[in-house]
Design a protein around this ligand. Structure first.
Ligand code: 6PG
Length: 473
């Protein structure tokens, strides 16, 4: 058994953990991997080739193999599993050893764990990693948070294994405590938004135009050559031409329309609500997944509520063009909402996030990478305190250029009864954000009327209450 010979430890040898180990080894690091599942340990060995990898299914062997001070990465499911691993590790670790939780942990858990381990002078970092299996293997976007000194220790390795854009690594220290996991959570919230928006464009195309999967492939491929260029549009184009192994159909038509979720989108919405920060596109996208899960109810309701729907009789290419505008517009608002949440959370939790850095490291490796992130990077480089992306001059111009097409696409959806909750949330967010006046005066009047909740006035400072001329109940 090798003694204190390995640079890094990896706990959790599932798809992400195993591929990250190979990636690290390809960059010259030796890695000991641990998993209780012997099969996974064996699998790690199978593809190891000449790389310096040691696999263990006993925690003591794994720990003994690591150089000190030890750096141990965790890629285990968020929640109880992370606490269970830390509890087992604690008696085996010493001062200055570092644990990096690289899963999708809730940021409040990360803060708790950081504080608990600090009591024993051990270091803990919450590190977001995005990019799925391929990213883990060939270069993910990495979002580390925690003590800066701890980051400095692992920065050369993280830079080496991360994705590169213009030769720059898609990794940066984001801030103290749970900053990394917070940013990863919001990344996923935006991911939910973009995926739902794409899904809505798909449904409109499918139901209005009766379009084939081959033509959907062509539409999305063409979109991917222009300003919508992004990983999610690219894989969407691919998905339409994937054949099913079990039937003669395309796989997309054989997949049940009930989406699952691991919680990060919901957490983003919960956190935003807690901070009184509106992110309606992301909220609508989480709700859309919840609605999709009500499959049986939807099927029953479809039979009962099948009233007259307007049939689309317009021009196919015109609708495709409007939808391209719709996607571009609404994607900008999805990013705008995510970034504004980061700005608010950074103030609240003292992360001191640099939003240009966040945009920079999202340009490569991660699921939400897109051409738009170049504009977002420029916007925050020009103005680090930008309140909202929609008021950046260049992006405002882009919104203006495509809002007519977006509104036309929405009208088609309303007339034909195709649900587009995230797109509608997007246009409503835009219209509300650019409204110098909103009907909140009436809300305040109602609150004061029925509950004496008071209101402010437009013409003088202070808090006011009126004895309203109440109708008899
Ligand atoms: C990533 C992904 C990754 C995971 C999502 C899926 O950035 O690589 O976001 O973290 O695929 O968590 O989330 P849902 O299961 O909630 O859709």
């Amino acid at each position: 058994m090798p003694a204190q010979d390995y640079d890094y430890g990896m706990i959790g040898l599932g798809t992400m953990g195993r591929n990250l180990v190979y990636n690290m080894c390809d960059h010259g690091y030796s890695v000991a991997g641990f998993d209780k599942d012997v099969e996974k340990v064996n699998e790690l060995g199978k593809e190891a080739g000449g790389r310096k990898i040691f696999g263990a299914s006993r925690l003591e062997d794994f720990i003994a193999a690591l150089k000190s001070p030890k750096v141990i990465m965790l890629l285990v499911p968020a929640g109880k599993a992370v606490d269970a691993v830390i509890a087992e590790l604690r008696p085996l670790l010493s001062k200055d050893d570092l644990i990096m939780d690289c899963g999708n942990s809730h940021f409040t858990d990360t803060d708790l764990r950081t504080a608990q381990l600090a009591n024993e002078q051990m270091k803990f970092m919450g590190v977001g990693i995005s990019g799925g299996e391929y990213g883990a293997r060939y270069g993910p976007s990495i979002m580390p948070g925690g003590a800066k000194e701890a980051y400095e220790r692992v920065a050369p390795m993280l830079k080496a294994v991360s994705a590169k854009v213009d030769n720059e690594p898609c990794v940066a220290w984001l801030g103290p405590g749970s900053a990394g996991h917070y940013v990863k959570m919001v990344h996923n919230g935006i991911e939910y938004g973009l995926m739902q928006l794409i899904g809505e464009a798909y449904q409109l195309l499918k139901e209005c135009l009766d379009i084939s999967n081959d033509d959907l492939h062509k539409v999305f491929s063409k979109w991917n050559e222009g300003r919508l260029r992004s990983y999610l549009i690219e894989i969407t184009a691919d998905i339409f031409v994937q054949n099913d192994d079990l039937t003669d159909n395309r796989l997309i038509d054989m997949i049940l329309d009930r989406s699952k979720q691991n919680g990060t989108g919901q957490w983003t919405s919960e956190s935003a609500m807690g901070l009184y920060l509106p992110i309606p596109v992301i909220d609508a996208s989480v709700s859309a997944r919840d609605l999709s899960a009500l499959k049986d109810e939807r099927v029953a309701a479809q039979k009962m509520l099948q009233w007259h729907r307007v049939v689309f009789r317009g021009n196919d290419s015109e609708l495709i063009d409007w939808l391209e505008n719709a996607l571009y517009f609404s994607m900008i608002t999805a990013y705008a909402q995510g970034m504004s949440l980061l700005l608010r959370a950074s103030q609240e939790y003292k992360y001191d996030l640099k939003l240009a850095e966040v945009a920079r490291i999202w340009r490569g490796g991660c699921i939400i990478r897109s051409a738009l992130l170049e504009d977002i990077f420029s916007a925050y480089s020009d103005d680090p305190a930008l309140a909202n992306l929609m008021v950046n001059k260049e992006l405002a111009l882009k919104l203006e250029q495509c809002q007519d097409g977006f509104r036309l696409a929405i009208k088609i959806a309303v007339d034909t009864g195709v649900p587009i909750p995230a797109m509608m949330a997007s246009v409503a967010y835009f219209d509300a954000y650019r409204s110098g006046w909103l009907p909140a005066n009436l809300i305040q009047a109602q609150r004061d009327y029925f509950g004496a909740h008071t209101y402010e006035r437009v013409d003088r400072k202070g808090i006011f209450h009126t004895q309203w001329d109440q109708k008899q109940q």
